[in-house]
Design a binder for this molecule. Sequence first.
Ligand code: ADE
Ligand code: ZN
Length: 338
Amino acid sequence: MTDLDTFIAGLPKAELHLHIEGSLEPELMFALAARNGVTIPFASVEEVRAAYDFSNLQDFLDIYYAGAQVLLTRQDFHDLAAAYFARVAADGVVHAEIMFDPQTHTDRGVAFAEVIEGLLSAMAVAEAEHGITSSLILSFLRHLSEDAAFATLAEAEPWLDRITAVGLDSSELGHPPEKFARVFAAAREKGLKITAHAGEEGPPDYVHQALDVLGVDRIDHGNRALEDPALIERLAREGMTLTVCPLSNHKLCVVDDLADHPIDAMLARGLKATINSDDPAYFGGYVADNYRAVATARGLDRAALARLARNSFTGSFLPEEAVAAHLARIDAYLAEQV
Ligand SMILES: Nc1ncnc2[nH]cnc12
Ligand SMILES: [Zn+2]
């Protein structure tokens, strides 16, 4: 470990953009396939990893939804999330806001209760064993209809006090935010926060729609906002958080080379960027790996890394007092460094 690696691992941070289904490592995929008697189209863990070579978002989604088929029971969802928390405890993650895609499971006949109760039990263990706090973001699949999203919101009703926000993910192109205007308005009425993937592959107009039609509290990705100077200025002025995912951007060809990643350009333009892993089992790294990758590729110094970590708390859905306490922990950590 270099000094920079050690600095990054110890820096208190929140993860704001993590699909729990995307933390399914091939080893666990095989173990769950065996436990549940599910057939998967791979002979070995190595074969699975070799298949993770994507040209775009849809390439990835096809394999990601196939992998999720091994998740059937409450115990499976518990084991999935417990593995994620155990892994990121070593990355300096002290808070995680976790997206889950209920429709990926309920459409296969898995009950909503199995999914969410498994996740909630792992979240309780994470707090007790690792001191990691967490919350849930229910994400609607945008390739499905708004009616299907409404049905999912209705299924979630008994757990709404355990869900912090709703999100929007899956195939972006051709499924603009405005398709979901009514269901997001209904979620907002229920007191939920709002986030949406926008500007990952979709044009800057999708980011405008996420802001103006959905009324988002933060934007997931947002890379293509950089094509629109007025939008950049607006996002900066409004202090809108962008949950940026560098290794994902590289793996999904949103950027050709990490050396060209715009993370420092975002900070320089006053955007509140954060660093996240998106789908760490598929993209080759967890959150600290993402910090390390951009630190190396873009030459980010400790001050920039600390800024990104601060943004992860000020951009979180935590209450103000908790944010202040985390920022104080960052200050104490920086003061300890020689
Ligand atoms: N990067 C991503 N973009 C859209 N939908 C997703 N679902 C999981 N990861 C995603
Ligand atoms: Zn994502």
